[in-house]
Write a protein that binds this ligand. Sequence first.
Ligand code: 5RP
Length: 225
Amino acid sequence: MKTQDELKKIAGYKAADLVEDGMTVGLGTGSTVRYLLDALGERIKKDGVHFTGVPTSKRTADYGAKLGMEIKSLDEVDTMDITIDGADEVDPQINGIKGGGGAQTWEKLVATNSKQCAWIVDESKMVDQLGKFPLPVEVLEYGHHQLVKRLSDLGYNPVVREKDGGLFRTDEGNIIVDLHLGKIAAPYDLADELSNMTGVVEHGLFLDMTQTVVIGTQDGAVVKT
Ligand code: 5RP
C-alpha cells in the first residue's frame, strides 16, 4: 500500500511530462508541486530541457531557482502555455478547492492567464461534492472581525487561520479565513457571493479553470480530462 506522499510523487512526476522545451509554465504551490519541481529539475539536468517558470508563491520561486529553473513573475511574461498546480479537493467536473497552503490568490492569477491548467493530486483529493475541505478565503486584515462576523451570520463557520501562535500571513501579507462548510451545494453562487464581499481578496473555489487532473493512485498515474 503506497502512502499519500508516494501518490503525490507519482502525480508530480507524471505531470512533468506535460512540460516541453521552450514553454512558459505556471508553477503551483504545495507538497505535490514540490515533486513536480523535483522531476522538472531532473529533466533540466539530464535532458537540458529549458522552460520559463512562473511561480505562484515565494516558496516555489525559491525552490525552482535552486533547481536551476529560469523564474519570472507573472508581469514579466506575455502568455503561459500551461500551469500545473496541486489542489485540496477536485470534483468530477474538475472544479476544485485550493488554498490549503494559503497561495490561492497568486495561484488563481497565474491559472487565469494560462492557456491550459492541470492539477496534480493523490487519489484522496477526488470527491463527489466539494466542501469537506475548509474553503480558504484570503482577506485584508483591516476590518476582518466584521467580515468574519458576516460570514458567521451566513452560516459559513469561518475560522481565522493561525500559524506559530499568530495570524497566518499570505505572500501578500493578508490573512486567511477558512470556511467550514461541510458541503458546497451551489459553488458558482458561493463563488460570486464571496467575490462580491468587500475585504475579500480571493477565495479558493476554482471553477471551470482546469482541463486536466493527474491523479496518483495505487495503480499508478491516471490522467482525467
Ligand atoms: C496551496 C494549494 C495547494 O496546491 C493545495 O493546498 C494542495 O497542497 P498539497 O499538494 O501540499 O496537498 O492550493 O495554496
